[in-house]
Design a protein around this ligand. Structure first.
Ligand code: IDP
Ligand code: MG
Length: 151
């Protein structure tokens, strides 16, 4: 299995519930490493651009409103099979359909306010990571700061 990077977002509902630590801890305990992290309040433009693939959907305006309703935590997670593993830890989009022990099953209120975002494929992961992070903002876990790499 390859080491991958994926974009994770702790959405405004989860930040408001004060469960940032609980969510990060699920990722860490299941083998994913945070290699970049920033808290930010997204603008409508940020959210519209990020979710451009959904712009024709009926829920798009509400989704943008929700994603800009408060601060989010933007993260890059790294690990073996990180893209699929993150999606597994998150659970299905609709918390009613999410498996037991997943973040959405345990913490999400609705199909919209569903606590976390995770990239769904290698191509979306690379686009989404680059949407929010410069390469220089991502720590190189491989060297752990020991090998003289910049970050
Ligand atoms: P995902 O987050 O599991 O990848 P997507 O289908 O990519 O799900 O949808 C993006 C986000 O849009 C969801 O996480 C959720 O916040 C919102 N969303 C998806 N489907 C609906 C819906 O039917 N009603 C309202 N909001 C939705
Ligand atoms: Mg998606």
């Amino acid at each position: 299995m390859a080491v991958e990077r994926t974009l994770s977002i702790i959405k405004p509902d989860a930040v408001a519930k004060n469960i940032i630590g609980k969510i990060v801890s699920r990722f860490e305990s299941q083998g994913l490493h945070v290699v970049a992290m920033r808290m930010q309040k997204l603008s409508a433009r940020d959210a519209e651009g990020f979710y451009a693939e959904h712009k024709e959907r009926s829920f798009f305006a509400d989704l943008v409103k929700y994603m800009t309703s408060g601060p989010v935590v933007l993260m890059v997670l790294e690990g073996e099979n990180a893209i699929a593993k993150n999606r597994e830890i998150m659970g299905a989009t609709d918390p009613k359909k999410a498996a037991e022990g997943t973040l959405r099953r345990d913490f999400a209120e609705s199909i919209e306010a569903n606590v976390v975002h995770g990239s769904d494929s290698p191509s979306s992961a690379s686009v989404e990571v680059a949407y929010f992070f410069r390469q220089s903002e991502i720590v190189k876990k491989c060297c752990g700061g020991q090998c003289g790499c910049k970050s």
